[in-house]
Ligand binder design. Structure first.
Ligand SMILES: *Cc1c(COP(=O)(O)O)cnc(C)c1O
Length: 393
């Protein structure tokens, strides 16, 4: 069972792994045998169920989380000359969507304990050009939307949640589907639930939802299925859109996956609780802080290496087949943004310092208890062997 690629560690353990059940496969097969492969009845059904499960009035599904962010920027009519504040601690797509509409992302630093966008740093970055803030629920933990809302209300800005990690979580009892004006989800293979590739936006605003539905369909107001139903073959392209549609069979997978969400979220929380317990008195690694009164979806389980250097810990785990990872390299440090917007090291010192310390340990709903224990033992073994870790105690 031991892989020859690693030195005595056991089988490969990725940091994330999708879970597709036999029930999911049967649901997809049923749609493949039917009449509509792309925009058919299951798209609407998935949108209704996704909205219901997120406590939201509306859900719009699109072909990826990145397309969902792009649709959100379009719906809010953000364009050239505008600025949108985004945390630097995120996946590049959060900032890239602002570039897609010709606007400028302005990078905010994060809170050192949680690595979530810092509302006071947001306040300091608002300019007359600012139109919106995109908050990112890093690792699956909702941001402090009450404080963010106070800032965006004071300046008349839209609030967007990049909730690609946090489907299934709550803040003060409120679902992540309702915390911002537009709440964006990814349905990529390793996100909380998947359609292979896919994304969704929830909102209470039917006008914004209509705009996003048009945007995903070239800017055309009606779909072939709607035209078939009314018998009217004419259509109008009222604005420039894209083909960001999600197919019917992908939505069948999404619907079936959605039914697993409560159970899978609970399993991720159980694994995280075991890690928390194991590392509570352990000086070598420090889990990120949890916010009071919010629940955590644990898309990622992130620790800060407090003893030995992060890269040594990462290499030691990988040599045992445990594919720990790093999330994220601060976006403002990527060469594209340095070249295009002149961002530079020093812009966001908290994020830059964290980048050298953090590590994401494996966590996914299908992870076995024995694998969780193997990760814990490997982390602790490594730290034992490191004089720096003992000195830090
Ligand atoms: C995954 C992810 C995205 C993009 O989603 P895709 O479905 O991969 O396009 C955006 N933001 C964050 C924080 C993500 O983790």
């Amino acid at each position: 069972m031991e892989s020859p690629a690693n030195r005595g560690g056991g089988p490969r353990l990725p940091y994330a792994r999708p879970w597709v059940s036999e029930q999911d496969i049967a649901a997809v097969a049923a749609v493949l045998r039917g009449e509509w492969l792309t925009t058919g009845p299951v798209v609407e059904q998935f949108e209704r169920e996704f909205a219901r499960s997120a406590d939201a009035a509306q859900a719009v599904v699109v072909s990826s989380g990145t397309a969902a962010l792009h649709a959100a920027m379009h719906a809010l009519e953000i364009g050239p000359g505008d600025e949108v504040i985004v945390p630097t601690w995120t996946f590049a797509a959060t900032a890239n969507c602002v570039r897609y509409v010709g606007a400028r992302p302005v990078f905010a630093d994060v809170d050192a304990a949680t690595l979530l966008i810092d509302p006071s740093s947001v306040d300091a970055l608002v300019s007359p050009r600012t139109k919106a803030v995109i908050a990112v629920d890093f690792a699956g933990q909702p941001c402090d939307y009450e404080r963010l809302r106070a800032v965006t209300n004071r300046h008349g800005l839209a609030l967007v949640a990049d909730a690609c990690h946090s489907l299934g979580a709550h803040d003060r009892g409120r679902n992540v589907g309702v915390l911002a004006d537009l709440n964006v989800f990814s349905l990529h293979a390793i996100k909380p639930i998947t359609t292979g590739e896919g994304g969704a936006v929830t909102t209470a605003d039917a006008g914004l939802a209509d705009r996003m539905r048009r945007f995903r369909n070239h800017g055309i107001g009606s779909t072939p299925r709607q035209r078939e139903a009314t018998g009217d073959w004419r259509y109008d392209m009222a604005e420039l859109g894209y083909n960001y549609r999600l197919s019917d069979f992908q939505c069948a997978l999404g619907l079936s996956q959605l039914a697993h969400l409560p159970e899978w979220t609970a399993r991720r929380q159980e694994i995280a609780a075991r890690y928390d317990e194991a590392f509570r008195w352990w000086p070598g690694v420090r889990p990120l802080a949890k916010r009071w009164r919010s629940s955590h979806a644990y898309h990622l389980y992130v620790v800060r290496c407090a003893g030995s250097p992060r890269d040594e810990m990462l290499d030691a785990l990988r040599s045992r087949g445990i594919e720990a990872n790093v999330h994220y390299r601060p976006v403002h440090l990527h060469s594209y943004y340095r070249r295009e917007l002149g961002t530079a090291p020093g812009d966001c010192p908290v994020a830059e310092a964290a980048y050298n310390r953090v590590l994401s340990l494996p966590i996914f709903a299908a992870m076995a208890d024995a694998d969780v224990e193997r990760v814990i033992a490997s982390v602790q073994d490594h730290a034992y062997g490191q004089p720096a870790a003992l000195a830090a105690a």
